[in-house]
Design a protein around this ligand. Structure first.
Ligand code: KG4
Ligand code: ZN
Length: 421
């Protein structure tokens, strides 16, 4: 089965074409085409994602991204489409909210042969609703134009599948070039597989908008076991970065500062749980670490950073490193403690971490180390660095499982709060 997938939930516009085979016991995937444009440079100026701007950029980028993905998949053939007046009108109406999108669509899609795909998968939530709608409407228009069914994909299910997928080949090439502006991803021969998944699976989902622990006892059936009561982890990283004067997105920046300190001689004991900082005068709390639930809270931690900064307005780079380091440790320890509790409560046999924050080096290392020491029987799956942040490949993976079950959507809607359970 060939799937064309579309992701526009936040600040990445991405389309992938993936060939998928197998079933829930063992599935194989081959990425035929994969194109992505990141809007990070545009949103940087605003210190965060600006929804109206994200929506406009998605609308501008979708057609060029589609062309790039089709070209990479060698599916680009010129052929003027003879759509009926009615079909044209319907497509124009679907795309009418984005200025210029219908014109670009007719210019390109109207002049190329429908590709040999079986289904279209699109992120239908959660995410920024105006941004989601652009992708959803684009999928609806393509579905009409090509007469292909559409599956609505939950973005978080995409993150889970990306984590479950292990590379079949070596780690030689990466999906994403470090150069974000280069929107054609070099991955034509890349293969992924999802197999031998031991149930139940516990998923720690950590991104800019989400922090939750979800249990999958049967394929595609989810139970929420814990969630943040206020800020998401990625959001906390981004806010702390801003306080430290670092650019958006702040997660990697805070992490870089913290790593600088770890690399210096003074700080070694990172795998220990500290009730407070041992390394500096910049102690931060570990919110809710000892309460009896699997819920999280990060807004107090963020406020604690703000208080520290107010007390020390003129901070040196080294002091900033200490704050970043202490913040990252606090977050990681809380995430681990709650995950450990959920593992014990659920008897999960597999742990996955998904979402943008799962790219964090320290979190990955810490979890690996703690799991090996405290629950070595639990299998740990994390996405390759390139698949941790938003991309369309993960949407194709999740879309495959839904399409196999013929869960096609006739009336597709974007829902910013779509939940897994
Ligand atoms: O999943 P994602 O790409 O988009 C959402 O669905 O939100 O996650 C983006 C979030 C941002 O908050 C970003 O700062 C964070 O993931 N992030 C990181 C790292 N890389 C990305 N946070 C901590 N450390 C990182 N290395
Ligand atoms: Zn995401």
């Amino acid at each position: 089965m060939r799937i064309l997938s579309i992701e526009t939930s936040c600040d990445e516009t991405a389309i992938a074409i993936v060939e998928a085979a197998g079933d829930e016991q063992a599935a194989q995937f081959r990425v035929l085409g994969n194109a992505l444009i990141s809007q990070i440079d545009i949103h940087k100026e605003y210190g965060g994602v600006f929804p109206a701007l994200a929506k406009r950029e998605h609308a501008k980028n979708l057609v060029p991204i589609l062309e790039a993905a089709l070209e990479e998949a060698e599916m680009l053939r010129e052929d003027t489409q003879a759509w009926s007046e009615e079909t044209r009108d319907k497509i124009a109406a679907i795309l009418s909210r984005e200025p210029g999108l219908a014109e670009a669509f007719f210019d390109f899609v109207g002049e190329c042969e429908p590709p040999a795909i079986d289904a279209i998968a699109v992120t239908a939530g959660p995410g920024l609703e105006p941004a989601l709608w652009v992708g959803v409407n684009f999928a609806r228009a393509l579905s009409l134009a090509w007469q292909k069914p559409v599956v609505a994909v939950n973005h978080m299910e995409g993150h889970i599948m990306a984590a479950l997928a292990s590379r079949n080949d070596s780690e030689k090439s990466d999906f994403k070039n470090s150069k974000k502006s280069d929107f054609l991803e070099s991955s034509v021969t890349d293969r992924l597989g999802i197999k031998d998944v031991k149930m139940p699976v516990l998923a720690l989902l950590i991104s800019g908008g989400h922090t939750e622990l979800v249990l999958m006892e049967n394929w595609l059936e989810y139970k929420l076991v814990g969630r943040t009561l206020d800020d998401a982890v990625g959001e906390a990283f981004d806010k702390v970065a801003r306080m430290l004067g670092l650019p958006y997105p702040g997660g990697p920046e805070v992490s870089r500062l913290a790593e600088q300190l770890r690399e210096s001689e003074s700080v070694k004991s990172d795998f220990k749980m500290h009730s407070r900082s041992l390394t500096s005068g910049f102690a931060l709390p570990r919110p809710m670490i000892n309460d009896a639930t699997c819920n999280f809270s990060f807004s107090g931690l963020k406020t604690a950073v703000l208080t520290l900064l107010k007390k020390n307005p003129e901070m040196s780079n080294q002091e900033k490193q200490h704050i970043a380091h202490e913040f990252e440790n606090a977050v990681t320890e809380v995430l681990w403690k709650k995950t450990e509790r959920a593992l014990e409560d659920s008897g999960a046999q597999t742990l996955v971490i998904g979402g943008g924050v799962s790219a964090n080096t320290h979190i990955r290392r810490f979890f690996r180390e703690r799991l090996d020491t405290t629950c070595p029987a639990v299998e740990f799956r994390i996405p390759s660095a390139a698949l941790s942040t938003d991309n369309a490949i993960m949407i194709a993976l999740a879309g495959f499982y839904r399409a196999r079950r013929e869960e096609f959507s006739a009336d597709l809607i974007a829902n910013g709060n779509r939940s897994l359970s």
